[in-house]
Design a protein around this ligand. Structure first.
Ligand SMILES: NC(=O)c1ccc[n+]([C@@H]2O[C@H](COP(=O)([O-])OP(=O)(O)OC[C@H]3O[C@@H](n4cnc5c(N)ncnc54)[C@H](O)[C@@H]3O)[C@@H](O)[C@H]2O)c1
Length: 374
């Protein structure tokens, strides 16, 4: 019998339900060493809690997360709440003796991220941070190609995540549009972890950053007939420099809430003198690879459904968001059980703290209109 891990969720909104969906089809994983079961859910809002009543394994439904943390029948807690609550709730989870899959950005700012990472270390709990797109087959192939290091001299890297729904000025404001709940780093906190995960794991840590940050709409409907101020950064371009094989290589991170036509596009491009690779969720099964021989070619490969953890899904089918989210959870619980092997792991507390160092430097860069060393 494989080990059973009992999971509780704090924050049953958009992402809390995605986790319920991933855990609800755990049986699709093949030869996987750990069983996972959703047993408890906490949300302040009754309507959010009610949704979880349809899940037969959920035994505890509460509005008070302290009650969930006091339950001895929970091993791992996933927390998906607004950013200003991350530090308090993550620390409470760790001090209650539970392991934690934290949502990004791992605290509202650098100070909070450092405090969470320090408490993770002091309590010895297993802690990782959410970032699911690198678990898509195309992203995995891009990572492996870059890691193999046969691209010649690296010319440039772009790692980006673009959204577009904020182009509509009538879209109502929510907590993600306000500094007090989303954080001073704004869109970098919302989308940044998704862009840094693969480069950081390749060891590509920026030495310097020059940031261009934009606030586009300053007010939005508040959903009650009035207007709410929106004071977070909407778009961010972080022009950074990383040392790869002794050379300085430009690495650009782009995080945009207003990118025309891009509903939820995660993409990475790694270009070298001898080879290159591009992958975008816009073409979820397509990998583009560049080869320089007598003639130069961009080759298009149709990838199948081959994530790091095998599933029953047919190998020719297309992967999507719920699939990479399931793969991320499989990676988290495999690593927690010491069974990750050489497969790709979730964002570590150290990587999350470094992302906050980058974003804090980006704020300073934009303010001072100069490049900031990290
Ligand atoms: N990994 C991803 O792709 C991804 C995508 C979106 C959001 N997120 C992250 O997930 C987190 C939550 O975002 P969301 O989009 O799910 O937000 P959401 O607003 O949809 O859900 C948040 C939920 O938390 C609940 N909540 C607030 N305070 C609480 C408390 N004290 N106790 C219990 N419940 C509480 C709210 O009632 C709400 O239901 C954020 O950190 C966000 O950055 C990650």
């Amino acid at each position: 019998m494989s080990e059973k891990v009992r999971i509780g969720i704090i924050g049953g909104g958009l992402m809390g339900r995605e986790v319920a969906s991933a855990l609800g089809r755990w049986f699709v994983l093949e030869d996987y060493p750990v069983q996972a079961e959703l047993v408890a859910i906490c949300d302040l809002v009754e309507k959010q809690r009610e949704w979880f009543r349809q899940i037969p394994t959920v035994k505890l439904i509460t509005a008070d997360y302290h009650e969930l943390l006091a339950s001895p029948g929970i091993d791992v807690v996933y927390v998906a709440v607004p950013h200003h609550l991350h530090e308090t709730i993550y620390l409470d989870v760790l001090r209650a003796g539970k392991d934690l899959l934290a949502e990004k950005p791992f605290g509202i700012d650098l100070k909070a991220a450092r405090s969470i990472a320090a408490t993770a270390g002091a309590t010895g709990r297993f802690v990782r941070c959410s970032s699911e797109f690198p678990f898509l087959p195309g992203a995995q192939r891009a990572y492996q190609i870059a890691r193999a290091g046969q691209l010649g001299k690296l010319l440039e890297v772009r790692s980006c995540f673009h959204h577009s729904s904020d182009l509509d000025p009538t879209k109502p404001a929510n907590w993600k549009r306000q500094v007090k709940t989303c954080g001073e780093i704004g869109v970098m906190g919302d989308l940044g972890m998704h862009t840094v995960h693969v480069p950081f794991r390749l060891g590509w840590k920026p030495k310097r950053v020059y940031a261009q940050l934009q606030k586009i709409y300053h007010q939005r409907p508040d959903g009650k007939g009035g207007l709410a101020s929106c004071d977070t950064w909407d778009n961010a371009m972080l022009h950074t420099e990383v040392e790869i094989d002794g050379g300085d290589v430009p690495l650009r991170f782009e995080m945009k809430r207003l990118a025309p036509g891009e509903t939820n596009t995660w993409f990475i491009e790694i270009l070298g003198t001898d080879g290159g690779v591009k992958y975008s969720t816009k073409e979820p099964k397509t990998l583009w690879t560049f080869h320089r021989a007598k003639e130069q070619t961009w080759q298009r490969t149709d990838l199948g459904f081959h994530g790091p953890f095998p599933t029953i899904t047919g190998g020719i089918f297309e992967p999507g968001f719920p699939d990479c989210f399931l793969q991320m959870w499989a990676s988290f619980l495999a690593e927690r059980a010491g069974k990750l092997g050489d497969r790709f792991g979730c964002v570590t507390p150290e990587e999350a703290v470094f992302s906050h160092q980058l974003f804090a430097a980006a704020l300073a860069s934009h303010e001072e209109k100069k490049a900031i060393a990290l």
